[in-house]
Design a protein around this ligand. Structure first.
Ligand SMILES: [Zn+2]
Length: 471
C-alpha cells in the first residue's frame, strides 16, 4: 500500500505509513481530514474513545501504573445485592498485575478533566492544523467551552509538543542558528519618552536561540544572556557535534561554531544575505543567476531560521499578543512543532500557474507521533488557578520543563517569604500558628411561601375586521 508522495511526511517508516492508512480506513477518515469530516465521523463518545485508545496504545492497552499488559476491560453490567444493575464507567480497565484501575486518559494531559473526548479531538485538530497557534478565546468559541477551559486545553496540547523525551542531540547536517528577542516594541510613554529604549540587543527582552536544520526540523532554547558559553550549552544539547553551523555575523555564535564540524556565516552588515561556498574552502566559481548548486557547494544563509523568527513574531503579534516568560518555552515548542510538521509542495492553479503551498502534516499522522508519548505528561489546575505539573511517574523519566521552572520560581519567591501557598510555608520562629475561628453564622431567612400564580387573562377575542383595523 503506497501513499501519494505529498502524503508521506519526512522521516516516516513504511510501517508508520501502513498504520496511518489503517487508522484512516478504520475510522473512515480521508488523508487530509478536515473539521467537517471529524464532526461527521465522531458522533458519539464511544467512537472518540476507541480513536484515542488506538492512538495512545498502538500495541494494545497496558497499565499506566505498572506497565503490565495483563489488563481487563470492564464491560459487563453487574447486579448488586439490592438487585440494582450497575454499569462500569465507560472505558475503564483493571490491571491483572497490580489491580489498579485506569482509562485511556490516566496520567496523560487529559487526566482529571471531564470534557468529552470529542472536544479534545477538535481542540487537537484546531491547534495542530493552525499555522501560528489558536488563542484561547477563539478556541473557546470553536469548542463551546469557557475561555479558561480552552486555555488549559491548549496548554495540555502543548504538553504533548515539547521535546523533553529527546535526551540526545537530534539536529545534524547544515543547521542554521539565530537569536531573537521576544517581546513588544519599547514603550514610549510619559517618563521614558526621552530615555534610550533599545530594541533587540541591549533590551531586557527574553532571548531565544533558534536552531533550524536544513531538512526542516526546528528546536529552540531560552537563554538569559548572549555569551558564547550560554549559547553553547543550549546549542550543544540539540545539535550534533559534526553538524555544519550557519550563522549571521554574531561573534559569540562564531566562537560556538569552533566546536562543531564547520561554521559559515553571512555578513548582514555588508548586506550579504546568502552566498554559495565551496565545501573544500576554495574560492567559489563564477556563477550565473539561478544556476544549480553543485555537489561540492553549499548555500550559506540563515533565511530559514529568520523565517521561523518571523513566524514567532507573527504568532505573538497576531494570535497570543504576549508570551509570558513563564510559558514562553511552551509557545516556542508549539511554534517549533507547527514549523517542523509543515511541508511545502507545488500546486498547479486552475489557470495553469504553479504556486507553492505550505501544508500541515495529516492530522492523524501528527496524532500517531504525539499520542503514544502522552503517558506521563500531566498538567493540572493549581490551587491558585494557574497550572501545575505533577512529578514524573517514575525515577529517571524527564520532568516537564515547566515543572522545573515552576519549582525554581517557587523556591526563588520562597526565599522572599511569599512564594508558596500559606499552608506550605513554615511559620516564623517564636510564633504559633493560630487557626482563625469562623465568625458568627448568619442563617439565611427562610423563603416566603410561594404564592399561587394568578391565572393569565384569556387572550382578547378580536374579530377579523378588528384585526384588520389594528394594522
Ligand atoms: Zn498495573
Amino acid at each position: 500500500m503506497r501513499l501519494p508522495v505529498e502524503c508521506r511526511p519526512r522521516g516516516r517508516s513504511a510501517v508508520g505509513n501502513e498504520r496511518f492508512y489503517k487508522i484512516c480506513q478504520d475510522f473512515d477518515l480521508s488523508i487530509h481530514t478536515d473539521a467537517d469530516e471529524l464532526t461527521a465521523r465522531f458522533t458519539d463518545e464511544a467512537q472518540a474513545r476507541t480513536f484515542f485508545e488506538t492512538l495512545v496504545w498502538p500495541d494494545g492497552p497496558f497499565c499506566p501504573h505498572c506497565k503490565s499488559v495483563k489488563v481487563y476491560r470492564f464491560n459487563s453490567v453487574k447486579t448488586t445485592r439490592s438487585g440494582e444493575a450497575r454499569a462500569p464507567r465507560v472505558g475503564l480497565f483493571e490491571c491483572g498485575n497490580c489491580a489498579a484501575q485506569f482509562t485511556v486518559k490516566t496520567f496523560t494531559p487529559l487526566h482529571g478533566t471531564k470534557l468529552p473526548l470529542l472536544k479534545w479531538i477538535k481542540a487537537l485538530f484546531y491547534l495542530l492544523s493552525s499555522s501560528k497557534g489558536v488563542s484561547s478565546v477563539v478556541l473557546a468559541r470553536h469548542l463551546g467551552v469557557t475561555q479558561p477551559t480552552a486555555w488549559k486545553m491548549a496548554h495540555a496540547v502543548r504538553e504533548l509538543l515539547d521535546y523533553r523525551h529527546e535526551s540526545e542531540p537530534v539536529l545534524d547536517g547544515e543547521v542554521e542558528i539565530d537569536t531573537k528577542r521576544i517581546g513588544g516594541e519599547p514603550r514610549k510613554d510619559g517618563y521614558t519618552k526621552y530615555v534610550w529604549n533599545p530594541r533587540g540587543k541591549g533590551s531586557d527582552k527574553a532571548i531565544v536561540v533558534i536552531m533550524n536544520a536544513r531538512e526542516g526540523r526546528v528546536r529552540t532554547g531560552v537563554v538569559s544572556g548572549e555569551s558564547a558559553a550560554e549559547l553553547a550549552s543550549v546549542i550543544k544539547a540539540v545539535v550534533k557535534p559534526d553538524a555544519h553551523l550557519m550563522t549571521d555575523g554574531d561573534k559569540a555564535l562564531a566562537v560556538v561554531g569552533r566546536d562543531f564540524g564547520g561554521h559559515s556565516s553571512v555578513n548582514h552588515g555588508a548586506e550579504e544575505y546568502a552566498r554559495v561556498e565551496r565545501k573544500d574552502g576554495k574560492r567559489p566559481r563564477k556563477r550565473r543567476r539561478n544556476a544549480e548548486l553543485r555537489d561540492d557547494e553549499r548555500n550559506v544563509h540563515v533565511n530559514h531560521a529568520e523565517g521561523f523568527a518571523g513566524l514567532l513574531e507573527r504568532s505573538r503579534f497576531g494570535v497570543y499578543h504576549r508570551f509570558s516568560r513563564v510559558h514562553l518555552s511552551r509557545y516556542l515548542d508549539e511554534a517549533a512543532w507547527l514549523w517542523s510538521s509543515a511541508s511545502s509542495r507545488t500546486m498547479t492553479t486552475t489557470d495553469g500557474h504553479s504556486q507553492g503551498e505550505v501544508q500541515a502534516e495529516p492530522f492523524v499522522f501528527q496524532l500517531m507521533t504525539l499520542m503514544p508519548r502522552a503517558l506521563g505528561r500531566q498538567i493540572r489546575w493549581s490551587a491558585k488557578g494557574g497550572l501545575f505539573w505533577p512529578p514524573p511517574l517514575q525515577d529517571g523519566d524527564p520532568p516537564a520543563p515547566s515543572r522545573v521552572l515552576m519549582l525554581a520560581r517557587a523556591e526563588e519567591k520562597d526565599s522572599k517569604g511569599h512564594g508558596l501557598p500559606r499552608k506550605y510555608r513554615e511559620a516564623p520562629k517564636g510564633t504559633r500558628r493560630t487557626r482563625s475561628l469562623p465568625g458568627p453564622v448568619r442563617l439565611r431567612a427562610t423563603s416566603p411561601p410561594l404564592r399561587p400564580l394568578r391565572p393569565a387573562p384569556p387572550p382578547p377575542d378580536y374579530t377579523d375586521e378588528e384585526i384588520d383595523g389594528l394594522y
